[in-house]
Design a binder for this molecule. Structure first.
Ligand code: NFA
Length: 102
């Protein structure tokens, strides 16, 4: 006879749903006007890089057009983007920083 395992919509097994929250890549984009030393300073200040790391990543953005500068939760990524964009605006540099879901 039919037992409950045969009924439609009844899962035979469930796996634990421990979904991690989505992570977001923060991207820095190249442009022709923002000074290299400003970009290095931004990477040191907001992304916790030392000078050598910051310089290397700045050069990567300069040569490739863009690079991922970090991966964060939504709120942290949004804060980083806002901080970078606000400082660039204050200094009237066209530097662009965006985020995208990983
Ligand atoms: N391309 C910029 C320059 O030559 C430097 C730069 C690097 C800008 C990375 C934005 C991001 N002054």
């Amino acid at each position: 006879m039919a037992d409950e395992r045969d009924e439609p919509g009844v899962a035979l097994q469930t796996r634990p749903k421990t979904k991690r929250p989505p992570m977001y890549k923060v991207l820095l984009l190249n442009d022709d006007f923002t000074p290299m030393e400003f970009v290095v300073m931004v990477l040191e200040r907001f992304f916790g890089m030392n000078h050598a790391q910051a310089f290397e990543l700045m050069l990567m953005v300069h040569k490739k057009g863009l690079a991922v500068v970090g991966v964060f939760s939504y709120e942290i990524a949004e804060t980083k983007v806002t901080q970078v964009m606000e400082l660039a605006r204050q200094h009237q540099h066209p530097l662009q920083c965006t985020m995208e879901k990983e």
